[in-house]
Write a new protein. Structure first.
Length: 360
């Protein structure tokens, strides 16, 4: 039994997630704080409408046998993807048997902790198709919330218990002691990084703490000094909380065909949306040639180009101009008769609707 300060009848400290440290976000000199905040909040998120393919390491890919999950665990992870998707979000998830085609690559290496990279870091920080972007380090066959939690990181969600607005004052030595025991056996550094450290206020979405979030660890008694209401611990209700659902639909709202604007050659379309929101365009070239797709105006954007093939959007190219004086730009040969989808997420603009998008 862990020797934490748990009172009689309380359960031992459970297994906790060891989130991978996100890649730092860098800015050109002189980028103002408000602009940095908007970029930091959005930069790890996917453009809405992206299909994320997931892959389970298996006996056919040359990976270590210890990376393979059993059927029950794999099934739990699939159900966890469904739990997010069933909120009606604009992202799509699909299992693939080809790891070179998968953004999310999942292993079940026991003893390696349960973790994921954050959002688009699964592309930017994990260059090899042979590497995992997510791991489950203990038996999760009856722990769907662990799978929902790790997928939450992949969608760009941070840890809620590190929300600075929670106002949590830890009994730090009690936390370090509890986490140094099995099953976590964490170093002080790991405990500091995953629990004690507060996420900077400019990196969290809302200003309200959500103790029921699936992104919140449960804590037993004796680990929290303040607020007094949490001295006996925090035990999230389980599953996605009302705020989790609100958060994910704000970042990835449902997409319908009426959300798409037809881009006409050399005619600019206004980016008349708020920071954090996204505009979606369709372009159908009448001639095969190289085209430039570009944003104009003082905006920070993420622009991604897909080709729509049999109703599926296949990624072609992307550009992120955030925190620079440049604009997002894609220069590619596009083919007559094909259909292209351009998604532009607005991180920041100096004036609402001051920017536009054009293909020429
Ligand atoms: Zn986590």
């Amino acid at each position: 039994m862990p020797t934490n300060k748990a009172t009689a009848g309380a359960t031992a400290t459970p297994h906790y997630c060891t989130l991978v440290t996100p890649l730092p976000v860098t800015f050109s000199p002189g980028v103002a704080e408000g602009r940095q905040r908007m970029i930091i909040l959005m930069v790890k998120k996917w453009v809405n409408g992206t299909k994320l393919k997931y892959y389970f390491f298996n006996a056919n890919d040359g990976s270590p046998a210890t990376w393979r999950g059993n059927a029950a665990e794999i099934n739990v992870v699939k159900q966890a993807f469904t739990a997010w998707k069933s909120q009606g979000i604009g992202l799509e998830f699909e299992e693939t048997n080809d790891r070179t085609d998968a953004e999310i690559r999942i292993g079940f290496l026991r003893g390696d902790g349960s973790w994921s990279y954050v959002g688009r870091d699964i592309i930017d920080a994990v260059p090899s198709f042979d590497e995992r972007t997510m791991n489950f380090g203990w038996d999760i066959s009856d722990e769907i919330d662990t799978a929902i939690h790790e997928i939450g990181h992949t969608l760009g969600a941070p840890h809620e218990h590190q929300n600075p607005f929670a106002g949590i004052v830890w009994d730090e030595e009690a936390v370090y002691n509890a986490l140094a025991q099995p099953p976590n056996s964490w170093s002080r550094e790991t405990t500091y990084h995953n629990i004690i450290r507060k996420i900077p206020a400019n990196q969290v979405e809302g200003t309200v703490h959500d103790p029921n979030s699936v992104m919140h660890y449960p804590f037993g008694p004796g680990m929290i000094l303040e607020p007094a209401a949490f001295r006996n611990g925090i035990d999230p209700a389980g599953g996605l909380s009302a705020k989790d659902k609100e958060f994910i639909k704000k970042i990835y709202p449902p997409l319908t065909q009426t959300d798409y604007v037809q881009l006409k050659l050399s005619k600019s379309e206004l980016m008349d949306i708020k920071p954090g929101e996204q505009k979606n365009f369709i372009f159908k070239p009448t001639m095969s040639r190289k085209y430039k797709i570009e944003t104009f105006g003082t905006m920070d954007t993420l622009m991604v180009l897909f080709e729509r093939i049999n109703g599926q959007d296949v990624y072609m190219s992307g550009d992120d101009d955030s925190g620079t004086d440049f604009n997002s730009k894609i220069h590619l040969r596009l083919l007559k008769g094909r259909e292209y989808v351009i998604r532009v997420r607005l991180y920041y603009s100096t004036q609402g609707g001051s920017g536009s998008v054009m293909v020429y």
